[in-house]
Ligand binder design. Structure first.
Ligand code: MCN
Length: 800
C-alpha cells in the first residue's frame, strides 16, 4: 500500500510528515500535569534508603543494624544475607562470548563489596527522610582489600577486582577481515606501509562519563495485588518485566511494569538495577508497597557510567594518502560488574571504526576488563562515539602527516555515493548515503575556505589566539537491531518492535507502541505518521506506551531505534488497517475492491464522487449492522517488524575553535553540522535531538569526566565537580540536512537520537589539536581543559 503524496492536489490535507509541530506531550510535561515515578503515592507505602559502601573493595565483616532499626519510623533493615536468593541483577549480563567471565552481582552485597557505592543494606521506613536518617545509623565493619582502578593495570591481573574469579579479563572479541573473508591481512598492509607508505600509530583515552539525566532513577513496587506492579523511571519496561519474571521466578503475566513519563535516560536507564531488584525483594518480603528514589549524588555514583576505553590504533596508507589498513586494539573498562549490555557496547565498535572509509584490510580487537569502579554500560551513542572519535582523530593525523587538507584526504578514501549499497571491510552493508553532498553543504555553511585563510593569517602573525578547524565525517549504525545480528552477539532479546492500532467508533485512533520514550517526542511524531498514513487529523491520534498492560509487546527505546523500527511497525499496522477497511469500503459502497483508491483517509470509487471515510468504516464495524458475510467486525490491526539491516545516518561536522596559547583557554567560534537522517518526520524534534546530542558530545571533548582518587572514591560525585554544561556554555549551532533515504523502512528514515553526540567529540578535539599543531602538539587528552591544553603547549606534546 502506498500513501498518496500528491502535494499538487489541493484537496489533499497538508501532510503531517515534515511539519515542525510542537510536541503534544510537552503540555503535560511542562505544566506539571503528569506523574513521575517519585510522585506515585500508594496507601501504606514504605520508603527505602540505601546504605552504600564507601570503599572500592572490601570484605564486610559485620553489619550492626540495631540502632537503625530502633530509629523513629523504621520498619526494617534488610541486608544482603536476608535477600540473597534474589539473583536478579546478575542475570542481566548477556555474555558477548561463551566464556565471558561475569562476576555475580547481587542487589545487596553479601560478604564483599567490589566498588564504592555498592549497596550493603536497605533501610525501610515510613518516610523517605526517616529512612535516610536511619541509614546513617547502620554500622558496617569493613576490611579493606586492594583495589584495581586503572584498566591497563586490570589487564595485567596483578590486583584482582574479584579475587575469586582469578582474572580481571572478562571477554575478548575479535574481528579480522582476512579471517572473515571481507578484506585483506592488516598486519601485511601495515608492514608494507612501513616500507613504502605511511603508518600512523596513536593511543587515545575515552574518559569515563556519567549519563546525567534530569530525573534521578526511582522505583515503586506494589506487591499487594494479584499482579505485582512495578513503576520505574526506566527506558526498558518490557525488558525489565521479562527479566523480573525470568530471574525471580514470577510468572510474566503476574508482573506489570509501568514507565510513566520519564525525565531522560541517555542510555543510563537502559538497565535493570540493583535498586529495582532490592526494592522488589523488600516489598515482597514485607508484603507492602515500597518506593526508592535516588539522590543526585547516588545517581552520579551508582547509576552506570559510560565510555572508559583505552584505544590503540594503527593506520596504514600509501604515500598518496590512500588508506590500506586499520588495526584497532581496545581495552574497555566494565567496572565492577557486567551490566545489561556491558561488553556489547565497546564491541559495537567492531563495525564502526572503519566508518565511511574503504579500508582494504581491518582488524578489531577488544578486551573487556573488570575494575573496582562503578559498572559501565551504554551512554548516548554507546560504542559508536568511541569508534568515531578514534577513526576521525586518525584521519586528521594522516592528513597532518601528509601535509594535506583533512577533508580532501577523507574524500579520497570514503565510499562514493554511486557505490551504495556498499559492504564494508567489517562486513556491514551500508544501504544509502552521500558523503560528498553533506560535506559540500557543510563547507559552504561553515565558510571553510575563509576560516582556513584566517587560520593562516593568525599562524603567520604569531597571534597568541590561534584558530583550529576540526572535521568529523561520520556514520553510525542505529535502529538496533536486526535480531539475527543480536543473536550473533549472544543477546538474550531480539531487535523487533511491535505496534497496534485501534480504530475507535468515534473516529479517534489509538496507537499502541512497544517503544518507551523518555524525552524523544514519540507521541507527536507517531501521530504525524499515522495522520498521514490513515488520513485522519493529527489531533485524533492518541499514542499509548510504557505500560506492559496496555502495550504488552515491545523492546523499548535505545540505539536510536524507535523511529526506524518502532514507527515502521506502526506504519505496517496502519497499512493493515487500510487493507482490512478496504473490504468494508467495497461492501458499503457496493463496488469492487479493484475500483477503489485510498487517498487522504477516504476510499473513493475511481471515476465517481462516491466514497467513504475510514472513520465511517470504523463506526460501521462498531455497529456491525451491515458487514460483508463472515467478516470480523473490526479494522484494528497490529504488526511486528524486525529490520533486516541497521540504518546508517551520516553527516559532516565542522568546528572552529580559538585557542589562547598563553592560557590554554578554548572558545568555540563556529559549529556547523549537516546530518543525513533520511526522511525527517518532525524537523523541530530533530533540531532538539541534534542540539542536545551536540552538547553532550562537545561536553566530552571539553568538560566532562568521572574521576576517581587512588582509593577508588568518585571525586566527581556532584555537579560541582562533574562539569555538566548548560545552554550558556554553548554557542548557537548551524544545523542542516541532506537526504538519502534509508531503504530499510517504508518512510526512508534514519535515526537521529545519538548522531550529534557521536559526531561532535572528534570535531572539537580535532579543532583544538589543529590550532596548536604548529606548537608541536598532536593530541590533547580529554576533557581538553585549559590546564591540559596549556600544559601540552608547554611540553610540546600531550600531557594526561
Ligand atoms: N526523528 C524524526 N526524523 C528522523 C529521525 C528521528 O523526526 N529522520 C524523531 C523521531 O520521531 C523521534 C526522535 O526524532 O521523535 C528520536 O528518534 P530516534 O532517532 O528513533 O531515537 P529514539 O526515539 O529511539 O531515542 C533514543 C535516542 C537515544 S539512543 C538516546 S541515548 C537519547 C536520545 O534518543 N536519549 C535521550 N535522545 C534523547 N532525548 C531526550 N530528551 N532524552 C534522552 O534521554
Amino acid at each position: 500500500m502506498t500513501i498518496t503524496d500528491d502535494r499538487t492536489d489541493t484537496t489533499a490535507p497538508e501532510l503531517e510528515i515534515g511539519k515542525a509541530r510542537r510536541r503534544k506531550e510537552d503540555q503535560r510535561l511542562i505544566t506539571g500535569r503528569t506523574r513521575w515515578t517519585d510522585n506515585i503515592q500508594l496507601p501504606g507505602m514504605l520508603h527505602l534508603a540505601m546504605v552504600r559502601s564507601p570503599f572500592a573493595h572490601a570484605t564486610i565483616t559485620a553489619i550492626n543494624t540495631a540502632e537503625a532499626k530502633a530509629a523513629p519510623g523504621v520498619i526494617d533493615v534488610v541486608t544482603g544475607e536476608d535477600i540473597k536468593d534474589v539473583q536478579g541483577v546478575n542475570a542481566n549480563a548477556w555474555p558477548i562470548t561463551a566464556d565471558q567471565v561475569t562476576p555475580t552481582h547481587l542487589p545487596v552485597a553479601v560478604e564483599r563489596v567490589a566498588c564504592a557505592g555498592e549497596i550493603v543494606a536497605v533501610v525501610v521506613a515510613r518516610s523517605a527522610a526517616a529512612a535516610r536518617d536511619a541509614a546513617e545509623l547502620v554500622d558496617v565493619d569493613y576490611d579493606e582489600l586492594p583495589a584495581v582502578l586503572d584498566l591497563k593495570e586490570a589487564a595485567a591481573d596483578t590486583v584482582l577486582a574479584h579475587p575469586d574469579l582469578g582474572t580481571n579479563k572478562s571477554a575478548f572479541w575479535k574481528l579480522d577481515s582476512a579471517e572473515a573473508g571481507t578484506g585483506g591481512d592488516v598486519d601485511a598492509a601495515i608492514a608494507k606501509a612501513r616500507e613504502d607508505g605511511v603508518v600512523i600509530e596513536r593511543e587515545f583515552r575515552q574518559q569515563r562519563l556519567i549519563p546525567a539525566f534530569m530525573e534521578p532513577r526511582s522505583v515503586v513496587v506494589d506487591p499487594t495485588g494479584e499482579q505485582m506492579v512495578v513503576w520505574s523511571a526506566t527506558q526498558i519496561p518490557h525488558i525489565l518485566r521479562f527479566l523480573i519474571a525470568a530471574t525471580m521466578g514470577i510468572p510474566e503475566s503476574k508482573v506489570r511494569v509501568i514507565a510513566p513519563d520519564v525525565g531522560g535516560g541517555f542510555g543510563g536507564k537502559l538497565q535493570t538495577t540493583p535498586e529495582e531488584f532490592a526494592t522488589i525483594a523488600v516489598a515482597r518480603r514485607l508484603g507492602k508497597p515500597c518506593k526508592y528514589t535516588e539522590t543526585r549524588s547516588e545517581s552520579l555514583l551508582s547509576g552506570h557510567h559510560g565510555r572508559d576505553q583505552w584505544q590503540k590504533l594503527t593506520l596504514s596508507a600509501e604515500k598518496d594518502g590512500t588508506v590500506t589498513g586499520l588495526k584497532v586494539e581496545l581495552l574497555a573498562d566494565m567496572g565492577a560488574y557486567i551490566a545489561i549490555v556491558g561488553g556489547g557496547v565497546p564491541v559495537l565498535g567492531a563495525w564502526m571504526f572503519n566508518s565511511i572509509y574503504k579500508f582494504p584490510a581491518y582488524q578489531f580487537n577488544c578486551q573487556t576488563v573488570l575494575t573496582n569502579k562503578t559498572w559501565v554500560d551504554a551512554y548516548r551513542g554507546a560504542g559508536r562515539p568511541e569508534a568515531t572519535f578514534g577513526i576521525e582523530r586518525m584521519m586528521d593525523e594522516l592528513a597532518a602527516e601528509l601535509g594535506r587538507d583533512p577533508l580532501e584526504v577523507r574524500e579520497q578514501n570514503w565510499i562514493r555515493h554511486e557505490e551504495f549499497p556498499f559492504t564494508t571491510v567489517a562486513g556491514m552493508t551500508y544501504d544509502s548515503g552521500n558523503y560528498e553532498a553533506a560535506t559540500a553543504k557543510a563547507k559552504e555553511l561553515f565558510g571553510y575556505d575563509e576560516l582556513r585563510a584566517e587560520q593562516k593569517r593568525r599562524r603567520e602573525s604569531n597571534d597568541p589566539v590561534q584558530l583550529g578547524i576540526g572535521v568529523s565525517t561520520f556514520t553510525e549504525m542505529c535502529g538496533l537491531a536486526p535480531s539475527r545480528i543480536l543473536g550473533q552477539l549472544n543477546y538474550g532479546a531480539g531487535g523487533w518492535e511491535h505496534a497496534s492500532i485501534r480504530m475507535l467508533a468515534t473516529g479517534k485512533v489509538e496507537v499502541v507502541t512497544g517503544v518507551s520514550p523518555h524525552g524523544q517526542g514519540h507521541e507527536t511524531a507517531w501521530s504525524q505518521i499515522v495522520a498521514d498514513r490513515l488520513g485522519v487529523p493529527f489531533e485524533d491520534v492518541e499514542v499509548l506506551h510504557g505500560d506492559t498492560q496496555t502495550s504488552p509487546r515491545g523492546l523499548d527505546t535505545y540505539g536510536s531505534r524507535s523511529l526506524v523500527v518502532g514507527a515502521e511497525a506502526v506504519v505496517r499496522a496502519a497499512d493493515r488497517v487500510i487493507d482490512k477497511a478496504k473490504v468494508f469500503a467495497a461492501h458499503l459502497l457496493e463496488a469492487s475492491e479493484d475500483d477503489l483508491e485510498f487517498k487522504a483517509g477516504r476510499f473513493g470509487v475511481k471515476g465517481t464522487d462516491k466514497g467513504i471515510g475510514i472513520a465511517e468504516i470504523a463506526l460501521a464495524t462498531f455497529a456491525a449492522h451491515n458487514l460483508p458475510d463472515g467478516a470480523e467486525p473490526s479494522i484494528d490491526a497490529d504488526a511486528t517488524f524486525d529490520p533486516d539491516n541497521f540504518s546508517f545516518p551520516h553527516g559532516t561536522h565542522l568546528c572552529a575553535m580559538e585557542v589562547d596559547t598563553e592560557t590554554g583557554a578554548t572558545t568555540m567560534r563556529k559549529y556547523v553540522c549537516v546530518d543525513d537522517i533520511g526522511t525527517i518526520i518532525n524537523p523541530l524534534i530533530v533540531e532538539g535531538q541534534v542540539h542536545g546530542g551536540l552538547v553532550q558530545g562537545i561536553a566530552q571533548a571539553l568538560w566532562e569526566g568521572a574521576e576517581y582518587d587512588e582509593q577508588g572514591t568518585l571525586v566527581t560525585g556532584s555537579f560541582v565537580d562533574y562539569t555538566l554544561p548548560t545552554a550558556a556554555d554553548t554557542i548557537s549551532f548551524v544545523t542542516d540536512h541532506t537526504t538519502s533515504p534509508s531503504t530499510t523502512n517504508t518512510l526512508g528514515t534514519k535515526g537521529v537520537g545519538e548522531a550529534g553526540t557521536i559526531a561532535s567529540t572528534p570535531a572539537v578535539v580535532n579543532a583544538i589539536v589543529d590550532a596548536v599543531r604548529p606548537l608541536g602538539v598532536d593530541d590533547i587528552v580529554m576533557p581538553c581543559t585549559p590546564e591540559r591544553v596549556w600544559k601540552a603547549i608547554q611540553a610540546g606534546h600531550p600531557v594526561s
